[in-house]
Design a protein around this ligand. Structure first.
Ligand code: C2E
Ligand code: CA
Ligand code: CA
Length: 432
C-alpha cells in the first residue's frame, strides 16, 4: 500500500475516563468525532473558574476550530467515560474536499469563512462561544450592515483557512459546474456524444480483432471535446451513465448496420467503457439488455470495460451487477490494469474475461526492466486464469514485438491506429 494513503487517514484514538483529549493552550491540530463514550468541554471563566461548557456523546464533533484556524485551544476536552474518537486533521479534510462537488464546496467555503469571521471577532473566544457574546457580536455585525445575505468581502485581510486553499468562495466554481451540467444535458439531448473507434489487434497475426469505443463530444460548432474534459464532470454530476448508454446505443446501431450489410463476418468485438458510477445501481443491467435486444445484437460481439476502482467502491454490489451483466452473454474487461489495487482477489471474485494492461507499463518496457517483469507476471497470471490480455498504448514496433514475445495476445495503440470516427475506422475492416 502507498504510504501516502496511510499518512492521510483519520486516526482512531482511545481515552480512559478522566484523560484529557486536549487542554486549554494546547496547539490546535485535529477535530474530533466521538465514536463511543462521553466528553466534557471545559471552559475557563474570566474569574479563572473552570466550567463544563457542554457534555458530548457518540456522534458529536468537537475541536472543529482546528480545521479553520491554527493557534491554541481556548478550552479543554476531557473524557468523562472510556471514550473512542476519530481525530481528523486539516490534511484529511483537504484531501476529502478535493473531489467534492464544486457547488457544495463553494457553499461550504463560504459558510466556513463567514463562521470563522464571526468567531474571530469574539474576544477571548472559547471553544464553544458564550451565547451572550455571540448575540452581542451579531448585534454589532448588524450595525455594520453585515447580516445574512451580505456579500462576502472579496479580499479579506486575513488569508483563507488552510483547508479552503484552492477553493474560491466567490461562486465561480459553482457557476462553471452548473454551466457544465446544462451543457452536458444539451449535448445528450442533441446526440453530441459519439463513439470514435480504435482498433485492437491480434499481435501474432496483426489482424484487427476488435475495437474500443471512445467517447467524443462533437459539438454543433464542429469542435471535438476529449473525454478528460467532460467524463470527470459527468461523473461528479451523475450524468456519465447517460453518456455511456448513448455510446453503447450508437455502437449497437453500428453493429446492426454492419451485420445487415454482411460486413461484420464473424465480427470484431466492440469494447464499451462503463464508468464506475454504474456499479452501485442494478438498473444498468436492464438498460444494457434492452439496448442489445432492441438492435438484436448477439452479446458475443460486446465487451464492457470497467476499472478496478469501480469494483472497489462497493465490492459486494459490484459483484452482483457484474455477474448479471455476464449473464447477458457479454465479455468483461478489466481496464487500466496495474494502476489500481491489482489484487489477485478480483480475478476469481469477478467474472473477468480480459485484462487490459495499462499504457504506463507498456510505455516503459523498453527502458525499465521492472515494467517488463510486471507485464510478464500479468500475462502468466492471466494465462493460469484463462483470461485474455490486451496491452494498451503501443506506440512503437519494438514494444509490439516485446509484448508478443512474452505471450501477450492482443494490443491497442497509436502504432496500429488512433481512435477515429466510426466510418473511417470501419473502413479498416472492409479494406483488410
Ligand atoms: P481508456 O479507457 O483507458 O482509453 C484508452 C485511452 O488511451 C484513450 O484516450 C485512447 O485514445 C488512448 N490511447 C490509445 N492508444 C494510445 C497510445 O498509443 N498512446 C497514447 N498516449 N494514448 C493512447 P481517450 O479516448 O482520450 O479516453 C480517455 C479515457 O476517457 C478513457 O481511458 C476512459 O477512461 C474514458 N472514456 C472514454 N470514452 C468513455 C466512455 O464512453 N465512457 C466512459 N465512462 N469513459 C470513457
Ligand atoms: Ca477503456
Ligand atoms: Ca485503459
Amino acid at each position: 500500500m502507498n504510504s501516502n494513503v496511510t499518512a492521510h487517514l483519520s486516526k482512531r484514538l482511545v481515552y480512559k475516563k478522566g484523560d484529557y483529549i486536549f487542554k486549554k493552550g494546547d496547539p490546535r491540530d485535529d477535530a474530533y468525532i466521538i465514536v463511543e463514550g462521553s466528553v466534557a468541554i471545559i471552559t475557563t471563566a474570566l474569574s479563572g473558574a473552570e466550567e463544563v461548557g457542554s457534555m458530548l456523546s457518540a456522534g458529536d464533533i468537537f475541536g472543529e476550530m482546528a480545521l479553520m484556524e491554527q493557534g491554541e485551544r481556548t478550552a479543554a476536552a476531557r473524557a468523562v467515560a472510556d471514550t473512542e474518537v476519530y481525530a481528523i486533521s486539516r490534511e484529511v479534510i483537504k484531501e476529502r474536499m478535493a473531489g467534492m462537488d464544486p457547488v457544495i464546496s463553494t457553499l461550504f467555503a463560504l459558510l466556513v469563512d463567514r463562521y470563522r469571521k464571526t468567531r474571530i471577532y469574539i474576544p477571548e473566544s472559547a471553544e464553544l462561544p458564550d451565547p451572550e457574546r455571540v448575540v452581542q457580536h451579531l448585534k454589532e455585525m448588524a450595525g455594520k450592515d453585515r447580516g445574512e445575505g451580505a456579500p462576502v468581502p472579496k479580499e479579506s485581510d486575513d488569508p483563507l483557512p488552510e483547508i479552503l486553499e484552492g477553493l474560491r468562495p466567490n461562486g465561480q466554481d459553482a457557476i462553471e459546474e452548473l454551466g457544465m451540467e446544462q451543457k452536458i444535458s444539451d449535448g445528450l439531448k442533441y446526440g453530441e456524444f459519439v463513439p470514435w473507434l480504435q482498433p485492437i489487434l491480434d499481435l501474432a497475426s496483426e489482424e484487427i480483432v476488435g475495437f474500443e469505443a471512445l467517447a467524443r463530444w462533437e459539438k454543433k460548432d464542429g469542435t471535438i471535446v476529449m473525454p478528460y474534459e467532460f467524463i470527470p464532470a459527468a461523473e461528479r454530476l451523475n450524468m456519465v451513465q447517460h453518456i455511456d448508454y448513448s455510446i453503447f446505443d450508437h455502437m449497437c446501431a453500428t453493429i446492426r448496420r454492419c451485420m445487415d450489410e454482411s460486413a461484420f463476418g464473424n465480427g470484431p468485438f466492440i469494447s464499451v467503457n462503463l464508468s464506475g458510477v454504474h456499479f452501485t445501481d442494478e438498473a444498468v443491467v436492464g438498460v444494457l439488455r434492452e439496448t442489445l435486444e432492441e438492435h438484436k445484437i448477439p452479446p458475443k460481439y460486446i465487451k464492457f470495460e470497467i476499472t478496478e476502482s469501480a469494483l472497489m467502491t462497493d465490492s459486494k454490489n459490484a459483484q452482483i451487477i457484474l455477474s448479471k451483466l455476464k449473464d447477458l452473454g457479454v465479455g468483461i474487461a478489466l481496464d487500466d490494469f496495474g494502476t489500481g489495487y491489482s489484487s489477485l482477489n478480483y480475478l476469481h471474485k469477478f467474472p473477468i474475461d480480459t485484462i487490459k494492461i495499462d499504457r504506463s507499463f507498456v510505455s516503459q518496457i523498453t527502458n525499465e526492466k521492472r515494467s517488463m517483469d510486471i507485464i510478464k507476471a500479468i500475462v502468466a497470471m492471466a494465462d493460469s486464469f484463462k483470461i485474455d490480455v490486451v496491452a494498451e498504448g503501443i506506440e512503437k514496433k519494438v514494444e509490439m514485438q516485446l509484448l508478443e514475445s512474452v505471450g501477450c495476445q492482443m494490443g491497442q495503440g497509436y502504432y496500429f491506429g488512433r481512435p477515429a470516427p466510426q466510418k473511417e475506422a470501419l473502413k479498416l475492416l472492409r479494406d483488410r
